[in-house]
Write a protein that binds this ligand. Sequence first.
Ligand code: ZN
Length: 175
Amino acid sequence: MAIREIVKYPDPVLLTRSEEVEEIDVGLRRLVSDMVETMHAAPGVGLAANQVGVARRVAVIDLSVGKDPSQLLVLINPQILALEGAQAEEEGCLSIPGITEVVERPAVVEVEAINLDGKTFRVRGEALMARALLHEIDHLNGVVFIEHLSPLKHSLTRKKIQKLIRTGEWAAVGS
Ligand code: ZN
């Protein structure tokens, strides 16, 4: 296992739809194990493969941040089956460090995905779990959370990010 470098916004890999996984092979298993280690080290509750520069539809979520192994969720080619309700909570992203904003999202989501054994499973998430599932699936579609902000808030946030990049507080890897 290895900790990989987390790609920062606005690297193009974060703004591009990732490709479906076609085979669960040794490389994919290594990617997932590195993603889990990277997420726990950050620390964060979720990570998508394009956040470590790999444009494949894989995400990991662990709301316990490594404290409870049973909470680790590996999602390969996840698809949203249903959405319900609404919630507005503060949200951040390991690829946009230092920025948190209130984001409106559905309160409940049902997702179908494939696990590392190649089996299809369903997961229903509420509250923070719904938010994490939607945030990570957004990543796989090339969408970062600030795209959910109002146009004004979005442009203010972009300015804040440009300033952080300019002052060297964080560098956009690969750009
Ligand atoms: Zn994120």
